[in-house]
Design a protein around this ligand. Structure first.
Ligand code: TPP
Length: 321
């Protein structure tokens, strides 16, 4: 890897947000196993460099659509982890007043158009937002996150086609973590690289190492100016989900050895190693950032614990169907 050419302040933000995402989910893992949280959640452990690398290359006005595995996208775009934690605990102070949970966090103020429990559901939403952007001549881009499995959905193909012919400013980010639930990618598609799918729609398809946050960040920074001028691009981020698909996954469809191999490519450890090797930060400086992130998570747990549950008479509020 060459010399890191990202400003120091930006690197600090990236490192902090990757840690915040990891520590937020480690807490959730613990609370679920202790029976303190209910329902389900989809952890992003191992994939943090993608969401954070992408979102840290965006401006506040840029918009994103997320997925069922969206904690990293939220934190990357600047969500308040206190409100995220409260939402996980079903508290009134949470992002969805405690009624939406993990998959439905949105925050329009910071350009997060929301998570989505429907695989591929966020893709047409991103294209709609990009059409608004173009129609109103706004200076922003829309980033659309989805998994490898989602690229087999009709919504993916219809959306890329429309975005292409209308030259909409969308960056499509496929988080290829090699599995759709328990199905390995070679059993659900007959191509090696998802980036190839871009060709069918006459748009560029790029591949990035999704565990290398420097590469992800720089690629998206470049893509931002490209899509504003030329229309969409598809970026395939090759990565791996270390945790199970969701809370109830016993991991019987993959080997321990495979998981261990990928743990060696942990994106947070990789970033730390490079920052130290290139003497951009000292060990002490990084430890201070690590402590700050851990502290913010503790504060979020305290906030969630001290928040009230929604009152019973609010049960039908915000229910539309
Ligand atoms: C339309 C639809 N079909 C099926 C499901 C069930 N489901 C939830 S997550 C998932 C796998 C999605 O895989 P991928 O898009 O690769 O994302 P990943 O979970 O790997 O991040 C499936 C099939 C769903 N939620 N929505």
């Amino acid at each position: 890897m060459g010399k890191i050419d990202i400003p120091k302040g930006k690197l600090e933000e990236i490192y902090y947000k990757m840690l915040l995402t990891r520590l937020f989910e480690k807490k959730l893992e613990y609370f679920f196993s202790a029976g303190m949280l209910h329902g389900t959640t989809h952890l992003y452990i191992g994939e943090e460099a993608t969401a954070i690398g992408v979102c840290c290359a965006l401006d506040k006005d840029d918009q994103i659509t997320s997925t069922h595995r969206g904690h990293g996208h939220c934190i990357g775009k600047g969500a308040d982890v206190k409100l995220m934690m409260a939402e996980m605990f079903g508290k009134q102070t949470g992002y969805c007043k405690g009624k939406g949970g993990s998959m439905h966090i949105a925050d329009l103020e910071i350009g997060n158009l929301g998570g989505n429990g429907i695989v591929g559901g966020g893709i047409p939403i991103a294209v709609g937002a990009a059409l608004t952007t173009q129609y109103k001549e706004l200076d922003r881009v829309v980033v659309c996150f989805f998994g490898d499995g989602a690229t087999n959905q009709g919504s993916f193909h219809e959306s890329l086609n429309l975005a292409s012919i209308w030259k909409l400013p969308v960056i499509f980010i496929c988080e290829n973590n090699l599995y759709g639930m328990s199905i390995p990618i070679e059993n659900h598609m007959n191509i090696k690289d998802i980036a190839q799918r871009a060709k069918s729609y006459g748009i560029p398809g790029k591949i990035v190492d999704g565990n290398n946050v420097f590469e992800v960040y720089n690629t998206v920074l470049e893509a931002k100016s490209y899509v504003k001028q030329n229309g969409p691009i598809l970026i395939e981020s090759k990565t791996y989900r270390i945790s199970g698909h969701s809370k109830s996954d016993a991991n019987v469809y993959r080997t321990k050895e495979e998981i261990e191999q990928w743990k060696k490519k942990d994106p947070i450890k990789f970033m730390k190693k490079k920052l130290l090797e290139q003497k951009i930060f000292t060990q002490e400086q990084l430890e201070t950032i690590e402590k700050q992130a851990a502290q913010e998570i503790e504060v979020s747990v305290e906030f969630a614990n001290n928040s009230p549950y929604p009152p019973l008479d609010a049960i039908t509020d915000d229910v539309y169907a």
